[in-house]
Design a binder for this molecule. Structure first.
Ligand code: GLY
Ligand code: MN
Ligand code: MN
Length: 443
């Protein structure tokens, strides 16, 4: 769990960047409806939670650096014994101050009355337009209301600044406590993948392995998945966003599992690919070892001073050369790389930032150049190869093989740390864990 002092440090850092005369306004996420009157379990907006740690919907945080009465103001739901009897306790205004260290707190219903008066005293508004239609509408009403008062000498804000840009740059650099949570999340997900490998055998359904994954994470305290698990056997492994998970697993096929839990609002994201029967066939093994070599080469490029695209290019080089050696691509490797011939089989990039969101925030380029990697940044490294059935010009023995190997990696001062290292990925390791030729599963 994140401590109150860490949330405070973030607000202080943001307010220092904003400077005096500024106001930041950020709404909580609404409840997400599943259907009719059934709702998903509440997940706070990552930016809102990053600044406040406040876990309820119907709230707005306001930061006004240098304001004497209160710099940190939290608008939130009022206590309501009748509603609380149905939906559980609320913090209310007292809790917002006592537990979440707000300097002041008001009922969310008073926003329309109080916020325009705060706004009109500021020159610069830090606000993420387009995130909440409701608040965007209120904001434009407040601003036009202030403009109408201009003859009375009220000036109001002169400048609007994208709050998300500032927050997302902060979120890109993970603190020690954030990395600790991400390490815990990664460990739980790795355990879930091991459980899936141990359970897997021909004849089981993809959904049954999904159940193993979710059970392992939930039992370890990580009650949400960071994204819908992908459990795809055979041809399904070639569908990048396959989440149906309703096919039966077949002897001789590979299985691709891309699944990671969320812990305390931090994501993990692991992919492992292994044989349903516990033993790689020789074409499967050849392609698997190629993806693994590409992944290790990419991880080797994750260190301070290298730029965002270095791991991707390392993976592309290994994959292109390997595909030529296997006869799947034909031609001169540098030309094939230049022409992006590998994209037929490797169509996604080698990774993304990882944090509170699985595809986390933060710019990949700065001033048109790939961003340099710095300690505290967390990214995934996930090359893959996908050869669907009927793939033109490719021998049949390679068909229906989809492979991705994905780890979560934090940049350290001297290189990197693989947070998801507990999930096995070597051929021998996997085959041993799964009982060789699946015999262990048959006795
Ligand atoms: N699971 C989504 C991804 O790997 O990016
Ligand atoms: Mn990923
Ligand atoms: Mn993934």
């Amino acid at each position: 769990m994140m401590t109150g002092s860490e949330f405070k440090r973030r607000r202080t850092q943001l307010m220092r960047m904003m400077g005096p005369g500024s106001i930041a306004i950020l709404p909580a996420a609404p409840m997400a409806r599943r259907n009719r009157d059934a709702y998903y379990r509440y997940r706070p907006d990552s930016d809102f939670f990053y600044l406040t740690g406040f876990p309820e919907p119907n709230a707005v945080v306001v930061l006004i650096p240098g304001r004497k009465q209160a710099e940190y103001i939290l608008f939130c739901q009022e206590r309501d014994p009748e509603k609380e009897a149905w939906d559980g306790p609320r913090y209310g205004q007292e809790g917002a101050k006592a537990v979440f260290s707000a300097d002041d707190s008001f009922p969310i219903g008073d926003l329309d009355e109080i916020l325009p008066r705060m706004l009109e005293q500021c020159e610069r508004v830090f606000y993420a337009m387009g995130c909440s239609i409701e608040l965007d509408k209120q904001m434009s009403e407040w601003i036009s209301g202030i403009r109408e008062k201009s003859r009375a000498g009220v000036q109001g804000p002169l400048e609007f600044v994208a709050l998300d840009h500032y927050l997302h740059d902060m979120r890109l650099y993970k603190s020690r406590s954030e990395i600790k949570i991400m390490r815990d999340a990664a460990r739980i997900s790795a355990k879930a993948h091991v459980q899936a490998m141990k359970t897997c055998r021909p004849g089981l359904g993809e959904w049954q392995l999904e159940a193993e994954l979710v059970h392992t994470c939930t039992a370890a305290g990580a009650r949400d998945q960071a994204y819908s698990p992908i459990v795809g056997g055979g041809a399904n492994a070639c569908v990048l966003h396959y989440t149906e998970n309703r096919a039966e697993l077949r002897d001789g096929d590979l299985l691709l599992i891309d699944a990671g839990c969320e812990l305390d609002c931090y994501a993990s994201d692991i992919t492992r690919t292994f044989p349903v029967n516990g033993r790689f066939s020789s074409p499967q093994r050849a392609l698997y070892e190629l993806v693994l070599r590409a992944q290790l080469a990419a991880i080797d490029k994750v260190r301070p001073g290298n730029h965002w695209n270095d791991p991707h290019m390392a993976a592309v080089r290994v994959i292109t050369k390997g595909l030529v050696e296997l006869g799947i691509l034909k031609g001169y490797v540098p030309t094939l790389i230049k022409n992006e011939a590998y994209k037929r089989f490797y169509m996604h990039r080698t990774g993304h930032w990882l944090g509170m969101d699985v595809h986390d925030v933060g710019d990949y380029k700065v001033d048109g150049e790939w961003r340099l990697l710095e300690p505290g940044m967390v990214l995934t490294v996930e090359p893959g190869l996908y050869i669907p059935e009927g793939c033109k010009g490719v021998a049949k023995k390679w068909w229906n093989i989809g492979i991705r190997i994905e780890d979560d990696v934090v940049v350290t001062r001297s290189g990197c740390e693989v947070l998801t290292r507990d999930a096995p990925k070597g051929v021998a390791e996997i085959e041993t864990l799964m009982g060789g030729s699946g015999l262990a599963n048959q006795v």
